[in-house]
Design a protein around this ligand. Structure first.
Ligand code: SF4
Length: 336
């Protein structure tokens, strides 16, 4: 799932993109699980474009509860968690503002299950912070969308794991596709920037171009492509993960198609592009910072850290968390 940002990311110029036909999906193909230990020496840190260098955006899983049970959910951990109560959540926003954060993407679990979510959004406004949200779309009704417009939300990302009900609901449960579409439509009806966030896997690779057609038909603001990483429940679905040939074919095709599409078609870093670990960190529901939303490795607690240390501590350990999501298994030939 991407990271809803107020700016689209670009497809890097590949060294050479051979004309490869779209591969048939082969769910039964064995895939050996690569080791995902952070590299002792991750090699050269890919330079970030100017506008991505400052530390000012975070994702925050404000709750861990969800009304769906997606087969590859990354937000599943082997220990019990407690969401921050409202007073501590408001203090966390104060600390982030002091640390220089100006954009928060509220996520979850399912963020719209958190009862005080609007209170947190209003509190961001007291610090002139912009905010967005990531959602499975099932809880976004016309009245929710109206409230979000009044709150001047910057962007909402709706997760799509299929461009058809059959493929999407196979991952998210019966009826989830129709509800996600209704949620996206409600947001667009209020003029809110709403993007489709697609997690590519071997189960839906054959629908890659269809996602763009659906996005254009629905009037989505953008289609952002990410990919499945071995986090959470996805660890038990290794055969669904992309391998290098599939990744190369998909990114080749999507980059080409993006140039003709009537809406922005963009990649998330887990799929391709510069790694922003520790530049766009993630905050867990209990207030811990991790390198990014696709890593559950706790670095330090926001509420127990002086705000002026947050940025420096992240910068200091940035190198060791490059590609911590495990993407080398699909973006590098011969790794997996
Ligand atoms: S490790 Fe880097 S490339 Fe992978 S999802 Fe996190 S920020 Fe993106």
């Amino acid at each position: 799932m991407g990271f809803p940002k107020p700016w689209p990311t670009e497809w890097p110029d590949p060294p050479d993109y051979p004309e490869l036909p779209m591969p048939p999906t082969r769910p039964d193909a064995p895939a050996t699980p690569p080791d995902y230990e952070p590299d002792d020496d991750p090699g050269e840190i890919q330079p970030l474009p100017e506008f991505r260098q400052p530390f000012y955006a975070v994702t925050w899983a404000v709750n861990h509860a969800c009304n769906l049970k997606c087969t590859h959910c990354y937000d599943v951990v082997p220990y019990s968690r407690h969401d921050l109560p409202t007073d501590k959540a408001l203090t966390l926003i104060d600390r982030l503002a002091e640390a220089g954060v100006t954009f928060i993407a509220f996520s979850g679990g399912e963020a719209f299950l958190r009862k005080d979510l609007y209170i947190l959004m209003e509190h961001c406004q007291t610090h002139h912070m912009r905010f967005g949200a990531r959602s499975n779309g099932t809880r976004i009704t016309p009245s929710t969308a109206k409230r979000l417009r009044e709150l001047d939300i910057a962007v909402v990302g709706i997760s799509f794991d299929g461009a058809t009900p059959a493929t999407h609901d196979a991952v998210r449960g019966s009826g989830a596709f129709a509800e996600a579409v209704a949620g996206l439509r409600a947001l667009r009806a209020e003029g809110i920037r709403a993007q489709m966030e697609v997690v590519l896997s071997r189960q839906n690779a054959h629908e890659a171009e269809l996602f763009i057609e659906v996005g254009e038909k629905l009037g989505a603001s953008e289609v952002n492509f990410s990919t499945m990483a071995p986090q959470g429940r996805a660890k038990h679905r290794m055969t669904d993960m992309l391998d290098y040939p599939t990744w190369l074919a998909l990114t080749t095709t999507l980059r080409q198609v993006s140039q003709q599409a009537s809406i922005p078609v963009t990649p998330n870093c887990a799929l391709i592009g510069a790694c922003v670990a520790n530049i766009e960190p993630h905050i867990t529901c209990d207030g811990w910072i991790t390198p990014c939303y696709l890593s559950s490795q706790k670095l330090f607690s926001v509420l127990d850290t002086p705000p002026h240390h947050i940025k420096d501590w992240l910068a200091a350990s940035r190198r060791q968390f490059q590609n911590v999501c495990g993407r080398e298994a699909w973006i590098k030939a011969g790794v997996a």
